[in-house]
Design a protein around this ligand. Structure first.
Ligand code: ADP
Length: 405
């Protein structure tokens, strides 16, 4: 079965083609036959397309950008023509899986896309104005180019949609909850994939494990996982809540915003930009949202860069503690995404806070380049792992499971 995965973000479109043979999913994520990325914003008025295939072919193009449809069509063309051709024709694609950021309260699982599902995704653009419209655009582009192919929506929020009300609701007038103002959580595809992969590697039943997954990339969130589902998470109504991130603040006292609006005349748009793009590691350090550059500055004795990292780790520890409290204990702690997979110092400092409960890292394993590995010591009370998150593969698996159901 050949599955095309479409992962549309605000500034880029990543796509890949997986082939899954046989009656069972492979244990290890396969290498995609074909991968493509369109960068919409790097050069004004131009879309940059990069394609590469499993057998080493590469294609790059700069395409004048009027609307996105023709650029997507050109990207898909490279599947069945030119140097990067991997298919005889478009009809070889069996299914298309789309990452869709917001499924609201409607979707607890991935679904086959129907006109009703498209209407819901469009309605939920109110809650995810940057993402849901581009996700829908991707679905409609595929319809226009590939016709009546089965398409699946895999929602970032779905894994958290079973959270109990006591964690999902904010302590505000209940009428707000009735309007949909509640915690939705994000990064769900990554949290679910990492938890499932950890259970598989440990040869344990996922439903028996109490897990905290730490997705630390540009955006950062934690999930507390019990009985195979997220029962608490740090992101909320939007992906701005919770942990300190690359350029997002995470949780702040809402009165700060009221104060700035009232006393200093800030607009909602200004505050939105500051909290999303000018805060977090970048806002405190003044150096970058990229932890690698913050750490370089620390090596050059930059005091604010050190403060930014200290705050990042402090908040990470606090929220891991909160997730453990929700779970009533912890069996497995997982680190994933750019920072989680590549920053041994962040893992070590966060874990040191839980030495009191018998959690012990194996410092050699932690400082190597662990990938899909245990990094705790043999006598640690909690298994600590680094899992390489593979959201695109997770989307392909969801499609395969829906096709086989
Ligand atoms: P996204 O959230 O956009 O998917 P990633 O999960 O790829 O991003 O994470 C990107 C971030 O990971 C970078 O901004 C950087 O802060 C961090 N990162 C990547 N490699 C390293 C590294 N070797 N050491 C520390 N941080 C790293």
């Amino acid at each position: 079965m050949k599955i095309l995965v479409m992962n549309a973000g605000s500034s880029s479109q990543k796509s890949c083609l997986y082939q899954i043979d046989g009656e069972q999913l492979p244990d290890l994520p396969p290498v995609p036959l074909w991968e493509a990325q369109i960068d919409w914003t790097h050069q004004p008025g131009i879309a940059e397309l990069k394609v590469n295939t499993a057998n080493g072919a590469i294609h790059k193009a700069e395409i004048p950008l009027q609307s996105r449809g023709p650029v997507m069509a050109q990207m898909l063309d490279t599947l069945w023509s030119g140097a990067t051709q991997v298919l005889a024709s478009a009809s070889e694609i069996d299914m298309v899986g789309h990452r869709v950021v917001h499924g609201g309260q409607y979707y607890q699982d991935s679904v086959r896309i129907t006109p009703d599902v498209k209407t819901r995704i469009a309605e939920l653009a109110d809650l995810a104005p940057v993402h849901n419209p581009v996700n829908l655009e991707g679905i409609e582009a595929i319809e226009a180019i590939l016709g009546d192919l089965p398409q699946v929506a895999v929602f970032d929020t779905a894994f958290h949609a079973r959270m109990p009300e006591r964690t999902a609701l904010y302590p505000v007038p209940y009428a707000w909850a009735e309007q949909g103002i509640r915690r939705y959580g994000f990064h769900g595809t990554s949290h679910r994939y990492c938890a499932q992969r950890a259970a598989q590697l440990l040869n344990r039943d996922l439903k028996e494990l109490r897990i905290v997954t730490c997705h630390l990339g540009n955006g950062c969130s934690l999930a507390a996982i019990r009985d195979g589902y997220s029962i608490n998470t740090t992101m909320g109504f939007t992906p701005l809540d919770g942990l300190m991130m690359g350029s997002r603040s995470g949780a702040v006292d809402p009165s700060i915003l009221l104060y700035l609006i009232r006393e200093q005349g800030y607009s909602a748009e200004q505050l939105e930009t500051i909290l999303n793009q000018e805060s977090g590691l970048f806002g405190v350090s003044g150096v970058s949202n990229d932890l690698r550059l913050v750490m370089q500055a620390i090596a050059d004795s930059d005091v604010r860069a050190q403060l930014a990292l200290d705050m990042y780790i402090e908040r990470l520890k606090q929220f891991i503690g909160a997730m453990i409290a929700s779970l009533g204990g912890l069996d497995v702690l997982i680190f994933t995404a750019g920072v989680g997979e590549n920053a041994p110092n962040v893992r070590a400092e966060a874990c040191a806070a839980f030495a009191y409960m018998g959690l012990q890292l194996d410092l050699d394993r932690n400082s190597g380049r662990p990938r899909d590995q245990v990094i705790s010591s043999a006598d640690s009370s909690v298994v600590v792992m680094v899992i390489h998150t593979q959201e695109d593969w997770a989307i392909a698996r969801e499609c395969w499971q829906i096709a086989m159901a």
